[in-house]
Each structure stands twice: as structure tokens, then as C-alpha cells.
Design a protein around this ligand. Structure first.
Ligand code: F6R
Length: 615
């Protein structure tokens, strides 16, 4: 993971890099560092902790002069998070300085060779090995920085987005990419480098996204030169105009990005179906499906691959595709799929779901499926991300930037896109009559307003959170469409409040988890009126008779569950297939409030990162 930022131009680099790192902290936040070239020396400061800690340390300990600099926010892979292992890293001569996002897998063998040649290392990182390998090549072959980077990268195995500066080259940054994202912002007489475009959005709308195995020599006053790392051949940059705006990546009056993003869901869902759902005309327009309709209609099955919350959205999609479009679906963890020699043929369609579009395991699963001839469709949020580019076709969720590490609006917008896809295929297959199709489209149009209503439960959810904030365990139960919601609710709680939580299909409770239930166990039950209501009422009775504390999410007007549950949270009525879009809202709020009450860092929970670019 990790976030990287670089600047070269006429402004002070320090504030640009610090602000950029803060925007990239979603990628990792266990340590941070900055290096600034003052025209003579490259000064460096780095520390365990967050970018705010770095700011304090840098301001107290180094010259902040310089219009050329690089910075890093880390999610540790090789070596514990401490000052020494933080980036940037100097080479042995002190001339070269590097920042790196990714993993160099053969770093140990390279390190041994470098040690034999007299190199010393002050950190345990693979990155310090890489910068010294570049230095060794530069000195031995007597080449310039760009060439040395290119030769060195041909000797490494792994993934990287790197930026390297050289004390002998006061007007140059060399960057390269394989497997980890890297964007170059192109301004007037200035350039920016970053893991995504957010660090430079207020300075320029023009960006170049490097492709895998490309590198660039960025030199002031010159056009950017792109080269293929393998053979040094020239590649031609395409400059893209960015759609991002500054307000979208700031908190907008909310205490946390997570809360802001929970509240953005009505708008995000609307943006997801805007221009696609034409209820009056009875049409769903999705170019990615229209152009590849035969592939979907002739598919033996759909395989969905994803991780984490996106995998939960995939589970909801499995129910929807099978129920509405009658297409068989399998949902796989990308990390398992890619390593288990799966049977995939050119008659399969693979749908990859990813908010970031950078998740390493999902990307690898896509590559595997493509090799086996499957047609690969991506459902991503981040425009121009690696997964969006790697897939044969796709549909963006248009949720806007999701900065809080815990996914919220990504989940509901993914379900929205996948529902549109299932409906479109159902219509194309002729398994839906007109009136049923129309009923779905009209109801989907109501969802943003119903999510607004579900958000009104916030004060009640806050009160309930206060009752259970000190729990050590929590069970989440749901049936049918709300089983994945139970999984998602449990994931949200554990990842931001560090309370152990499990999601289960409600009927499975009897096969083990019921043993855990006593008067100290809160059990969140999703018990909406449509879909197995009587069955779930029986499950609630089973919990009640074992003295479990019941927090029930029910449909407005519910009577039966209200009599049994300790707390009842009402959401509006909708079609059964669409209930996850509403029932998930109070569960997001519950985990948010509990985490805040426990004093946890909601937007940056420990050990996590927003974009998981390591496998
Ligand atoms: C949980 C969460 C993660 C992500 C997972 C996949 O709140 O955010 O579980 O869902 O890391 O990430 P994407 O969707 O970017 O592939």
C-alpha cells in the first residue's frame, strides 16, 4: 500500500507534499517521511506515526527550503513501523533518495550481493535495497539516474511505484510503476507525482497515469519522457483531464470522513443510476452491458471476485442475479480464486468488484481469468484505476472519493450497479414481464429518499451504541438478502471499534454460535418484513430465551419483533431484493458511534489501509 507524493517546480515543495500525504493517508499511516532538495543537499525527516507527527518533527529538525521534494506515508510490509524503516531512504553515498509503494520480492538476494560489495543498510526494508541497487548500477555502468533506474528495475521481482531524486540532478525526478498506481500531475513549469490525483487537484487538472512497466523522467522545462522499463523504448504519454474536485475530498463539516460518506449515500446512489435508469421509458442504459450483451446472455455462469466489503456486495449480487436474471453465479474471495487452479473457460463471465480498483488480489484474479479466456467486467469506483483499465468492460459506481478506510458508500453503490446489471439482463433474457420490470425501476428511483429516511435513525442508533459500546463480542444475523448485510455489519464493527463481531445466516446460529449467547451478548438481527420474516422471528425467540440482548432492524410499522427485541430500529419498506440498501445504513451508524465512543480512530483504524495493493 503506502502513499507517495513528489513535487518539482517553482513553489515551496514542503506544504504541497505534507498536504498531499495527508490526503493519501488512507493508503497507510503507520509512519511518514519527507525529503527536500535545497539546491545543495537533500534534507530528510521521517518518523513512526502520522503525517501530523512528521510535520512536528520536520519543522523542528530540518530546513524546509526547496522546490523539489518527495514524501511518503507508509503501511509496513518489510520491517516494523519505526523511524528507521520509514521512507524516504538514502543510498549509501547520500546522493540518491527514494520513496516506494509496493514490495520487492527478491530483495534479500540483492541485499546479500550488495553487502558483499561493501554496502551497508540502516533499515530492514526492501526499499533501501532498491535505492542502493540503483546507485550500484549508476556507478558501475557510469550512467545517468534514469538509465540506472531502468537497469536496476529489470533486476527486481515484485511491485512498485517509485520516485527517485539525485543530489547531482537538481531539476529531475525519476518515477516508475509496476503493479502500484502512479499519477503525474502536469502543470505550467511544475510537475506533481502521487499515488492518486488528490494531492495535486488544486494545482492542475491534467494528469498522466503511468501504465505498468513504464517509467518517466520528469525534468523542469522539458516535456515528460516516458519509457518502457523492459527495453527502454519510448512510450507516448496520454494526458487525461481530471473530474475530481476539492470539496469532494474534504470533510465538509462532518467530524469524520466515514460519517460524511455514510450521509452521502442518497446522493451517491442517485449518481450511480443517473443517466442509466430511465424509469418512465422502462429502460436501463449501461454501455458496458449493451456492447457485450451476448457475452452475458451466452455465459455458462458468472463468477464474482472481490475482497472485504466488495465481496459482501458480491454476495448480494449473487442473490440478485440468480433471483432476477436466472444466471448461475459463484462468488469467490479473489485471494483464494487466484491460487486454487479454478476451472474457468471462455464461456464464463467474471465480474470483479473493487472500490479502489487497485486491490492486488482482485487484479491478479482478473489476469488469471483473462488468461483462461473469460470475459472480464469491472465494477469500480476509482476512475482510471488499474482494475478499470485491466478489465474488458465495466461500469463505474460514481460514488465519489471514499476516504474513510471503512467502506460505506462503496457498498451501497456497488449493490446499485449490480442490481441495474441484473435487471438489464433479466429484461434482455425475457424472464421479466414489463410490469415487474417497471415496478423495480420505480422502486429503485425511490431508494435515495428511503436511504435519507433510514439516516434519520441516527439519534436512536447513537443511544443504542452507548448501551453496547463496552461489549467484547457481538453477533449479527440475517437471512436471504440480509445475510451479506449481517457479514458487512460485523466487519464494520470489528474493523473500526476492535470489538469482535461475527456475521451469520440466522438459521446457522443453531449449529454453533448459539452457544455464545448469554445476557452479555448483543445480537443484531436484521428482520425486515419481506423474506423469511416468520423464520427470523423464531430465531429472535431462540435468542431471547437464552437472554441475549436483541437489536433488531425492522421494517417501519413492525409489531411482532418489537415485542421481543430490546431495541428496534425501523427502516422504510422496499422490495426484498433492495432491502440491503436500507438495512445496512443503521449498521454503519452503529459501528461508527461505538468506535467514536471507544475513542478509536474511525477514519484510520489500526493495521488497515484503504487500498490493499499487496497480496
Ligand atoms: C472494509 C473495507 C475493505 C475493502 C477491501 C476491498 O470496510 O473497506 O474490506 O472492501 O479491502 O477493497 P476494494 O473494494 O478497494 O477492492
Amino acid at each position: 500500500m503506502c502513499g507517495i507524493v513528489g513535487y518539482i517546480g517553482y513553489r515551496d515543495a514542503y506544504p504541497i507534499i505534507i498536504k498531499g500525504l495527508q490526503r493519501l493517508e488512507y493508503r497507510g499511516y503507520d509512519s511518514a517521511g519527507i525529503a527536500l532538495f535545497d539546491g545543495e543537499n537533500i534534507n530528510l525527516s521521517k518518523t513512526k506515526g502520522k503525517v501530523d507527527d512528521l510535520k512536528k518533527k520536520a519543522q523542528a529538525s530540518m530546513s524546509l527550503k526547496g522546490s523539489l521534494g518527495i514524501g511518503h506515508t507508509r503501511w509496513a510490509t518489510h520491517g516494523a513501523p519505526n523511524d528507521k524503516n520509514s521512507h524516504p531512504h538514502y543510498s549509501n553515498s547520500g546522493d540518491l533518495v527514494i520513496i516506494h509503494n509496493g514490495i520487492i520480492e527478491n530483495y534479500d538476494a540483492i541485499k546479500k550481493e550488495l553487502v558483499n560489495r561493501g554496502y551497508t543498510f540502516s533499515s530492514e526494508t526492501d526499499t533501501e535495497v532498491l535505492v542502493n541497487l540503483i546507485e550500484e548500477v549508476k556507478l558501475k555502468e557510469n550512467v545517468k539516474l534514469g538509465k540506472a533506474v531502468q537497469i536496476a528495475l529489470n533486476q527486481v521481482v515484485g511491485a512498485y511505484a517509485i520516485a527517485v531524486i539525485d543530489r547531482q540532478k537538481p531539476d529531475e525526478i525519476v518515477v516508475a510503476k509496476l503493479g502500484s498506481p502512479l499519477a503525474i500531475g502536469v502543470g505550467e513549469n511544475e510537475f506533481f507525482v502521487a499515488s492518486d490525483a488528490s494531492p495535486f487537484i488544486e494545482f492542475t487538472n491534467n494528469a498522466i497515469y503511468l501504465e505498468d512497466e513504464e517509467m518517466a523522467i520528469i525534468r523542469l522545462g522539458k516535456e515528460i519522457k516516458l519509457r518502457k522499463i523492459k527495453d527502454d523504448s519510448i512510450a507516448y504519454p496520454s494526458i487525461q483531464e481530471l473530474q475530481l474536485n476539492l470539496e469532494e475530498i474534504e470533510k465538509g463539516g462532518f467530524d469524520h470522513f466515514m460519517l460524511k460518506e455514510i450521509y452521502e449515500q442518497p446522493r451517491a446512489i442517485l449518481d450511480t443510476y443517473r443517466g442509466r435508469l430511465l424509469a418512465k421509458e422502462g429502460i436501463i442504459r449501461m454501455a458496458g452491458i449493451d456492447q457485450n450483451l451476448e457475452k452475458f446472455l451466452n455465459a455458462n455462469r458468472i463468477i464474482i471476485v472481490a475482497c472485504g466489503t466488495s465481496w459482501h456486495a458480491g454476495l448480494v449480487a449473487e442473490y440478485i442475479f440468480e433471483d432476477l436474471a436466472r444466471i448461475p453465479v459463484e462468488v469467490e474471495y479473489a485471494s483464494e480464486f487466484r491460487y486454487r487452479n479454478p476451472v474457468v473457460t471462455d464461456k464464463d463471465v467474471l465480474i470483479a468488484i473493487s472500490q479502489s480498483g487497485e486491490t492486488a488480489d482482485t487484479l491478479a484474479a482478473i489476469k488469471l481469468a483473462k488468461e483462461k479466456g473469460a470475459f472480464v467486467f469491472g465494477v469500480c469506483n476509482v476512475v482510471g484505476s488499474s482494475i478499470a483499465r485491466e478489465t474488458d468492460a465495466g461500469a463505474y459506481t460514481h460514488a465519489g472519493p471514499e476516504i474513510g478506510v471503512a467502506s460505506t458508500k462503496a457498498f451501497t453503490t456497488q449493490i446499485t450497479v449490480l442490481t441495474l446489471m441484473a435487471l438489464k439482463l433479466a429484461q434482455a433474457k425475457g424472464v421479466f414481464d414489463r410490469s415487474r420490470f417497471h415496478e423495480y425501476l420505480t422502486e429503485l428511483e425511490q431508494i435515495p429518499a428511503k436511504v435519507e429516511e433510514a439516516l434519520l435513525t441516527n439519534p436512536l442508533v447513537e443511544i443504542i451504541s452507548n448501551v453496547y459500546k463496552d461489549s467484547t463480542n457481538c453477533l449479527y444475523l440475517g437471512r436471504g438478502y440480509n445475510f451479506p448485510v449481517a457479514l458487512e455489519g460485523a466487519l464494520k464493527l470489528k474493523e473500526i471499534s476492535y470489538i469482535h463481531a461475527e456475521g451469520y445466516p440466522a438459521a446457522e446460529m443453531k449449529h454453533g454460535p448459539i452457544a455464545l449467547i448469554d445476557e452479555h451478548m448483543p445480537v443484531v438481527v436484521i428482520a425486515t418484513s419481506k423474506g423469511h420474516y416468520e423464520k427470523i422471528v423464531s430465531n429472535i425467540q431462540e435468542i431471547k430465551s437464552r437472554k441475549g440482548k436483541i437489536i433488531a432492524v425492522v421494517t417501519q410499522g413492525d409489531v411482532q419483533v418489537r415485542e421481543l427485541a430490546d431495541h428496534v430500529i425501523e427502516v422504510p419498506e422496499t422490495l426484498e431484493n433492495l432491502t440491503p440498501l436500507l438495512t445496512t445504513i443503521p449498521l454503519q451508524l452503529l459501528s461508527y458511534h461505538i468506535a467514536v465512543m471507544r475513542g478509536c480512530n474511525v477514519d484510520q483504524p489500526r493495521n488497515l489501509a484503504k487500498s490493499v495493493t499487496v497480496e
